[in-house]
Design a protein around this ligand. Structure first.
Ligand code: ADP
Ligand code: MG
Length: 688
């Protein structure tokens, strides 16, 4: 059997199970093999019942001595209790609402149970077992010893239980399954890795914990290595496979623009600009990421680079993730660059067909120098006459593929500048942006007043909104952010719509208020945002749609309802909407703080404004799954590696990938494997 074979050929899979497996996204043998255990149960030791200790997990094997079946509880559920004896003592095991077991459990049958031991209620020193993770009825021929060992625990479903998955994987791994080595032989030996076949066997059915560790390391290495190969090859392809643009040293126009700025660059900005200018002056295409916290002043950096490309006779493009952000940039660019004689164009999907086609023509004829736009910039019809630089703002909202689309819009390979405020921990930049060089802007421009953040319980809401009202009277504007759009009976959380109704009919009835959320039509949404931007609305109730990049310096106060529902990184992004002007700003996080975790996270929010630190805390408290889930970076999901805890493996994998990319033979061998494993991300890489 091969890894690409359908699961229908695996022993134990009928049409029904096949459909169930498919529902979980498992279709091929490989899918099943990479359905990694969620955890493991150490069943390597059988404990005699007499030696059970309350509170400890243990595995017991015995014979059913007695069975009891009754209805109980308020809803009259079925309660099945078995008394199990092994010659040393008696153990009570109870199942709730599992009627199907009734026909299977018979007095005299031998069973095998893993769970947590506790004193049985009313059982006078007898033990009961709860939290069962392993339970099997032994066939006549089966010996309990065959079931001992370190057992995998899978994400089971109602129709496919642990036993099913264990059997299925056991069948699969003993059959004549071909698991060919995927990694170059040189890598396997240089890094002393377990073979791929052994690793898959070891991850599902390890003989001991040492083998499990080796198996996991090997598979995590493989995953990270392949992704690193892909990223490094992308970088190489862009650098060496293509004719870059050699910009000249900064001169007149760049200097004029810099002189026209009302402020001096911060030293981080100045260093970043130097790095960019150096990249642009090199004949190799630039691929640089500017990572800077919200409000750190990335836009002016993009402007400098765009002015430089224009001065060199090229065109520049800047893509923003939302209409409002694109139009804000557009206004700013027009205001600051047109006086220098630079022609700025605007392209979004909302233009009329006629306007759009006029813009296409202007772009193609180089009648505009800089085009600001949304995804519309990567549409079919857009063809630049002489594209020299591509900037993507708020990169975390775009995938790798979209960035690549824009790069293809000219005949030469343009320089690429990517800007993001997603504060990802420094150590992880490698995984997420492994194909880019990185510049960091860590300091904020001088004179910013730090945002004062408070955490308050909902019983203080009247006071909170009185305070907001006073701020509005003083001329400021305010955001109120809610996690949900509309009333949700189950969750009982105040929704954006409800909060809006409550506020406009209550304390804010004398103020123009707006409501904006993701389910509104694009045009309506933009209108509300625009009105807030134009100070026609004083208070904006919203969901997280305002999270990205909007710049309203007059907004100085934000209330976040049910703040515990947001991740720290997200709260940080939200909070970045205020404190952008000369006014003292306030962020008030409203939460019941029912859990310790919520309390801890919100306290961190109140105590720190450093985006990187918050991201690290967020990752620590929420785990990488959720953290990465919220970032659309276009990279494949990690199935086994853990970016937070596998840093050592990541560094080795990165090194191995670098060696592979340098080595013509290894590089050649890895390309088809990348295309197979990560089609979406790395299919289009070619060797040089
Ligand atoms: P972000 O990095 O979040 O995109 P922006 O580029 O929108 O930040 O900048 C936020 C604000 O800071 C803008 O109003 C901008 O004019 C201002 N700014 C940028 N750099 C400086 C600086 N060196 N000194 C003072 N103000 C600055
Ligand atoms: Mg920005």
């Amino acid at each position: 059997m091969k890894l690409t074979d359908s699961l229908q050929y695996v022993k134990g899979v009928g049409p029904k199970k096949l459909a169930e497996l498919k529902r979980l996204g498992l279709q091929s043998v490989y899918d099943l093999l990479t359905y990694f255990p969620r955890t493991y149960e150490d069943q390597s030791v059988l404990t005699p019942i007499a030696e059970l200790q309350a509170g400890q997990r243990a595995t017991v094997s015995g014979t059913i001595m007695n069975l009891m079946d009754r209805q109980g509880g308020r809803r009259g559920m079925s309660i099945l209790t078995a008394l199990i004896g092994d010659g040393t003592g008696m153990l009570q095991v109870t199942w709730f609402n599992q009627k199907y077991l009734k026909d299977k459990l018979k007095v005299g049958r031998r069973v095998f149970v893993t769970g947590k031991a506790a004193y049985a209620y009313g059982g006078r020193g007898q033990f009961a077992m709860s939290q069962l993770s392993g339970f099997q009825i032994l066939d006549d021929a089966e010996e309990p010893e065959q079931l001992t060992g370190i057992m995998p625990v899978y994400h089971a479903t109602e129709k496919m239980n642990q036993k099913f998955f264990r059997k299925l994987l056991a069948n699969l791994l003993t059959a004549d399954l071909e698991i060919a080595e995927l990694l170059p032989a040189g890598v396997v030996s240089r890094y002393d890795l377990l073979s791929r076949a052994k690793a898959f066997k070891g991850i599902h059915f390890p003989a001991d914990f040492a083998e499990l560790k080796q198996a996991r390391q090997r598979l995590a290495f493989e995953e990270l290595y392949l992704i690193q190969c892909g990223l490094l090859l992308l970088k190489r392809q862009a650098r060496e496979n293509s004719q870059g643009i050699r910009h000249l040293l900064n001169s007149e126009l760049v200097r004029k623009f810099q002189d026209s700025l009302p402020f001096k660059l911060t030293s981080d900005q100045a260093r970043t600009w130097q790095e960019i200018a150096r990249d642009m002056e090199s004949p190799l295409p630039m691929r640089r990421l500017v990572q800077g916290d919200v409000g750190s002043g990335k836009t002016v950096i993009a402007m400098l680079a765009l002015v430089k490309t224009v001065e060199n006779g090229y065109q520049g493009a800047m893509m923003a993730p939302t209409e409002i952000l694109a139009s804000q940039h557009y206004e700013g660019f027009v205001r600051q660059l047109e006086p220098l004689g630079i022609r700025v164009g605007f392209l979004t999907g909302r233009l009329t067909k006629k306007k759009r086609e006029e813009m296409y023509a202007a772009i193609a004829a180089q009648e505009v120098d800089i085009v600001i736009g949304t995804h519309a910039l990567i549409q079919e019809g857009v063809q630049f006459a002489k594209l020299g630089l591509v900037v993507t703002d708020e990169q975390h909202r775009f995938g790798i593929a979209q960035r690549a689309e824009l790069e293809k819009k000219g005949s030469l390979t343009p320089d690429v500048l990517v800007m993001t405020a997603t504060p990802i921990p420094r150590t992880m930049t490698l995984t997420v942006y492994g194909d880019l060089d990185v510049s960091l802007i860590q300091q904020l421009p001088p004179g910013r007043q730090p945002i004062a953040t408070f955490v308050r319980k909902p019983d203080r809401r009247t006071l909170i909104y009185d305070f907001v009202h006073k701020q509005l009277e003083a001329g400021r504007q305010a955001y109120v952010v809610c996690p949900l759009i509309e009333l949700n009976e189950e969750s009982n959380l105040p929704s954006a719509e409800e909060v809006y109704d409550e506020l406009v009919h209550g304390i804010f009835r004398d103020m123009p208020c707006g409501l904006v959320h993701g389910r509104m039509k694009g045009a309506d949404k933009e209108q509300v945002m625009q009105d807030f931007y134009d100070n026609k609305l004083k208070l904006l109730v919203s969901t997280t749609v305002i999270e990205v990049g909007v710049n309203v310096p007059n907004a100085s106060i934000m209330v976040v309802e049910n703040a515990e529902r947001f991740g720290l990184a997200q709260l940080h992004q939200l909070r970045g909407r205020i404190g952008r002007g000369q006014y003292k700003s306030y962020c008030i996080l409203v939460s019941e703080m029912k859990t310790e975790n919520a309390r801890e996270r919100l306290k961190i929010m109140a105590d720190t404004t450093d985006g990187f630190k918050l991201a690290e805390e967020d990752l620590r408290l929420r785990g990488p799954g959720q953290f990465f889930g919220s970032m659309q970076h276009g990279l494949p999901d990690l199935k086994i590696a853990d970016v937070l805890n596998d840093m050592d493996i990541l560094l080795k994998a990165r090194q191995a990938a670098q060696e592979t990319v340098q080595d013509a033979a290894e590089r050649h061998d890895i390309l088809p494997i990348l295309a197979m494993q990560y089609k979406e991300q790395f299919e289009n890489i070619t060797d040089t």
